[in-house]
Design a protein around this ligand. Structure first.
Ligand SMILES: [Cu+2]
Length: 142
């Protein structure tokens, strides 16, 4: 047991964590982080599709971050409330122009987990460069 008490302990914890994650076992002990508890998927599930109604306006996206689960089919329903904007999520090869008042529907499958930057892709004014956000794809195996 001396091995476990010394250098082995971090690896033991990591191993348990990996087993819990990869097995998809909900009840297995797993280090709980603030992130796990705070992040709830955005929008709602409609017929198995994660539907998120989004607004773009000077100079933000709402909601931000958008949170989905890995493997989900996602439908973003995005509308600009003021001027021309764009929404770009490079990691998912998504780029769409947003005209004021016009609903844009963007569909994709959240295959890759992680945190991915999003940004406005159409110049919209002085705050354009700061108009960014984040897509968070929670790993499956919750
Ligand atoms: Cu912009």
């Amino acid at each position: 047991m001396r091995f476990i008490k010394t250098a082995g302990l971090p690896f033991l914890i990591l191993g348990l964590f990996l087993v819990a994650v990869t097995s998809g076992c909900v009840s297995a002990p797993k280090p709980s982080t603030a992130t796990d508890q705070q992040l709830q998927p955005s929008g709602q599930l409609v017929d198995g599709v994660r539907v998120i109604k989004m607004e773009a306006k000077k100079y933000e996206f709402v909601p931000n971050p958008m949170i989905v689960r890995q493997g989900e089919k996602v439908r973003l329903e995005v509308t600009s409330l003021d001027v021309d904007h764009g929404i770009s999520i490079p990691a998912y090869k998504i780029s769409r122009k947003l005209s004021p008042g016009k609903l844009e529907v963007i569909e994709f499958t959240a295959e890759q987990s992680g945190s991915f930057p999003t940004h406005c892709s159409v110049f919209c004014g002085m705050g354009h460069m700061g108009m960014s956000g984040e897509l968070v794809v929670l790993p499956s195996g919750r």
